[in-house]
Design a protein around this ligand. Sequence first.
Ligand SMILES: *Cc1c(COP(=O)(O)O)cnc(C)c1O
Length: 385
Amino acid sequence: MTVRRLEPHASTIFAEVSQLATRHDAVNLGQGFPDTDGPASMIEAAARAMREGHNQYPPGAGVPELRSAISGHVADHTGLTYDPDTEVLVTVGATEAIAGAVVGLVEPDAEVVVIEPFYDSYAATVAMAGATRRSARLVRAGDSYRLDVDSLREAFSPRTRAVLLNTPHNPTGAVLPREDLAELAALCREFDALAISDEVYEHLTFDGHEHVSIATLPGMRERTVRISSAAKMLNCTGWKIGWLTGPPDLVAGARAAKQYMSFAAGTPLQLGVAHALRHEDQWIRAVRAGMREQRDQLTGILTGLGIDVVATRGTYFLTADPRPLGVTDAARWCLELPERVGVAAVPFSPFVDDFAGEWSHLVRFAFCKRPEVLAEAGRRLEALR
Ligand SMILES: *Cc1c(COP(=O)(O)O)cnc(C)c1O
């Protein structure tokens, strides 16, 4: 019964792998959520807010304390200033920020450029807006991935209203270099298109790779909706507190759509996140170091088994190429793994479409898990030898 425009997105291999993981009690390295809590002071601030009666609707744009903390946090980390009253919108996770921006700013007859592989909500969101999706792609470059600028140039047209981009990048772990973003920015200016920039892993970069926001490039602040979230920044994926920042006309479009999606949510959680953004910068920095060690641990486990691993520069994820084990169909392999060895991972297939053939041998493993959990996954994966 699902409507035609959502039918292709109705079920994904994510759900299937998660089900299999539960059924076979597998170590789930498929889903990208951390298994430790965020800062204790954040949880205490949220609990206190609940006890003190902050339990009714927040303002549609988010509680003022959080909007101003977001504005301060973004200024500290990018040098960009956003007015908390007109240029900041709190959302139900980055997911709703993306949906609000696309539904509120893209007309049904317009086109949105996405870059494969892409976070799975992008295609569904473009479909919900009734817009047309045009795919560009990443390509392997050295030990990581970069934008394929030729494919971008082909995807852009006078009908392009926006490009949806993500860096640091889920699923590949790439961190797009400034030169790539400059090429993309030039296309946005040439075609008068918006950049909807998903930066939820902005603090999770490794080995000296620094995150660059496309909003900081010349001529881009006025055409960029910059999206982030407490989920991956503060280990609270279940709270669903996200936000977007941008010039007032773009924020107004996203707000118009968002107010009829959820209106608003999570008053006490918003207050907890506001506290953390103001006081827990040290915690956010420390997580990065721990995450790098977990990346190295999982990389060691997989390469020890003969699986090729692409160097991850940011995010929770690494890209594994199991072809040396004789695997060519990653989707089938991922459906077998939970029962065969008791570990779950997801193939790249839900992240790709037009360029699916180029990615069908790859698997995404999440390393945002405690060292002992990764070690247990390692022991189980030994069965692949
Ligand atoms: C996790 C994730 C999101 C969703 O974030 P929420 O705040 O949980 O909605 C969006 N984009 C990317 C790339 C993600 O990995």
